[in-house]
Design a protein around this ligand. Structure first.
Ligand code: MTE
Ligand code: MO
Length: 417
């Protein structure tokens, strides 16, 4: 059976269902640096913080006491400032509910579409220790076996829904005064380190190509001014109704709805206003769309595509008895609200509308269900396809060498007895 039995846990003195927690990979000190959301075990729209996915590309920043926190805002501004958290909290607040998806989420489905083999599954668990950052500290030139890497770093379940509270970034930009000619807003995190090649081996499915090595860097991204001024781009100090957890970027992080998670810089140290776009490693070499590492036409990953995923039934739920089954999943888009989800139970020959749950948070994923009446035994290929408010139909993103922004249609092959 795909679904493990519910195990009780004592919550507030009473037995209850087991609580959902993210599936972690840890660094040498036992700290979580990567964790996947147990999507199959969740309900509703907001992913509990303990179950929210985690990605730390470098060594995670050291925790900073909120009273000691400083944020520098500089560059092409009328009034450079060094701010405390309390200063930022004096600005008007705003709460946004949005999906956040890692650019690498479901990347292994690109490998599967291209090369075949076993279909990736959301039930797979990654290694607890070292799976994500296993090359850290090893000699340069030491290349692991690609199968080991792919087994250690599953890329499914890197997506969550969250409620974020902070202040619109434009309020801060208004306060410092943006000078003419600004093109990008450069965010620098407090975390520093040398990028580990393991995630690149996992993304490309290869250990035999040379990757650009930027050396020791701070995590940084340069957001185009237009997106920086969008009223939903927030500087956040709270998530899901409480102050940020350290692993999610406390005391202050950026949240950029619609764009892949890597734009939402955690542990903010500096904001620089620039008249150009600096060559940040995580936007020129890592989170890029292109055909090869040396593709001169490669472009930074920005807006997410349009996507739906099936959470029931999945292949491991087979065989199912004849009768009624509720096919269900989530759908989201980087362009805003999802308007339609269609389901096929015959491998894409015909499509029928799914029921979409209603809500008014355009950046948040929507849940959909489809009542499937199946009275004949056999093999059924179930598919889901989303359409967003911009009229974009799933899938939007072609294969790319870093396997970023997968939004393809993945059939679930279900046996009915
Ligand atoms: N400073 C910093 N910000 C970061 C990262 C990081 O490693 N350092 N990882 C990015 C990536 S790749 C993703 S997908 C999201 C994940 O945010 P979460 O860990 O809160 O889920 O944070 C982004 N912001
Ligand atoms: Mo990511």
């Amino acid at each position: 059976m795909a679904r493990p039995e519910v195990e009780g846990e004592w919550v507030q003195g009473w037995p209850d269902r087991a609580r959902a927690r993210a599936m972690p990979s840890k660094d040498a000190e036992g700290k979580t640096i990567y964790a996947r959301t147990p999507l199959l075990d969740l309900e509703g729209l907001i992913t509990p913080t303990d179950a929210f996915y985690v990605v730390c590309q470098l060594n995670a920043a050291e925790p900073i006491h909120p009273d000691d926190y400083r944020l520098a805002v500089k560059g092409l501004v009328e009034k450079p400032l060094e701010l405390t958290l309390a200063d930022v909290q004096e600005l008007p607040t705003r709460t946004i509910r949005t999906v956040m998806e890692c650019a690498g989420d479901d990347g292994e489905f690109f490998h599967w579409q291209k090369k075949g083999g076993a279909k990736p599954t959301r039930l797979k668990k990654q290694k607890e220790q070292g799976g994500w950052n296993q090359m850290a500290g090893k000699a340069a030139g030491d290349r692991p076996n690609i199968e080991d890497v792919l087994n250690a770093v599953p890329t499914t379940c890197l997506v969550s829904g969250g409620e974020w509270t902070g202040t619109p970034l434009f309020e801060l930009l208004k306060m410092v005064g943006v000078m003419p000619g600004v093109k990008s807003v450069h965010f620098v995190g407090y975390d520093r380190g040398r990028p580990d090649p393991t995630p690149q081996y996992a993304a490309t499915g290869r250990t035999d190509i040379a990757f650009h090595d930027p050396g020791v860097i701070n995590y940084d991204k340069a957001l185009p001014l237009e997106k920086a001024l969008h009223p939903d781009t927030l500087l956040c100090w709270a998530q899901n109704g409480e102050y940020l957890q350290h692993i999610h970027g406390a005391p202050l992080r950026l949240v950029v709805p619609g764009w892949s998670g890597n734009w939402s810089v955690k542990w903010l140290k500096e904001i620089n206003l620039l008249d150009h776009t600096p060559p940040c490693y995580y936007q020129t070499h890592y989170f890029v769309h292109g055909n090869a590492a040396d593709d001169p036409a490669r472009k930074p990953c920005m807006e997410l595509g349009c996507k739906s995923i099936i959470l029931y039934p999945i292949e491991e739920d087979s065989p199912l008895p004849r009768g009624r089954h509720v096919v269900k999943g989530y759908a989201w888009s980087g362009a805003g609200a999802v308007r339609k989800v269609e389901v096929s139970t015959n491998g894409g020959k015909t499509w029928q509308p799914a029921r979409l749950e209603d809500h008014n948070d355009r950046w948040l994923w929507r849940r959909w269900t489809f009542l499937w009446n199946v009275d004949r035994p056999g093999r059924y290929s179930i598919m889901a396809r989303a359409t967003d408010e911009a009229g974009r139909v799933q899938p939007q993103t072609p294969w790319n060498f870093q396997t970023k922004h997968f939004d393809g249609i993945v059939p679930m092959d279900i046996e009915v007895t």
